[in-house]
Design a protein around this ligand. Structure first.
Ligand code: GDP
Length: 201
């Protein structure tokens, strides 16, 4: 439902879990190391050039940013991690907050972890996927910037990441993975179709 994503509007930035909207709707969250291509992916999915720039404005990078689609359907932009600029005590606090969010949020239907396809499955990516697995939350790996490698290399990255995911997180809750490029719009239909099913639209 392309039109649904085009309607996305910034709703609020939460500096702590206490400030999240009521836990009654359906939402899908996006996480990723800084520079992984998360903002670009959110802009591409919502077909808006600068939607997720909001999340990058000073003061908002360390917030949980909510984009409302309609009624109580949301896309959620979690703080990026691995910023050299962020002091470790701040990033520790955020790791705890994100863990609590993943463990407690009833509205949360799935987590999309955005990774630069040239540097997939780093430690904290794996930690996030581990938390999802623990709480039986579906997780999906978006291998971004696929246009930066050849088609053949992209296909083999996808195959390798998929088999590592199946090994580390076996069973029906094994995270799925796909290639994506914001530049070329590769994989856009695939991610929107997954979002449709998680949001039940
Ligand atoms: P974020 O920190 O995860 O939100 O990452 P951004 O979306 O800001 O992207 C980081 C850098 O990667 C920017 O310079 C983007 O222009 C670039 N980038 C993001 N997605 C793509 C993509 O699909 N293809 C290419 N070639 N560059 C991308």
């Amino acid at each position: 439902m392309t039109i649904l994503y085009r309607q996305a509007r910034f709703l609020l930035g939460a500096a702590s879990l206490a400030q999240l909207p009521p836990d009654t709707g359906r939402e899908v969250a996006f996480a990723g190391r800084s520079n992984a291509g998360k903002s670009s992916a959110l802009n591409t999915i919502t077909d808006q050039r600068s939607l997720a720039r909001i999340s990058k404005t000073p003061g908002r990078t360390q917030q949980i940013n909510y984009f409302s689609l309609m009624d109580d359907l949301y896309l959620v932009d979690l703080p990026g991690y691995g910023y050299a600029r962020v002091p470790s005590r701040v990033s520790m606090r955020w790791q705890r907050e994100i863990s609590r969010y993943l463990h407690s949020r009833q509205s949360l239907q799935a987590l999309v972890v955005v990774m630069d396809c040239r540097h997939p499955l780093k430690d904290y990516d794996l930690q996030l996927l581990g938390w999802c697995f623990e709480v039986r939350l579906p997780a999906h790996v978006l291998l971004s910037k696929a246009d930066k490698v050849s088609r053949g290399a992209a296909a083999s990255i996808l195959q390798q990441v998929s088999s590592e995911l199946a090994l580390s997180f076996p069973g029906e809750l094994s995270p799925s993975a796909q290639l994506f490029s914001s530049l070329k719009k590769t994989g856009l239909d695939e991610i929107r179709t997954r979002l449709d099913s998680w949001l039940n639209v």
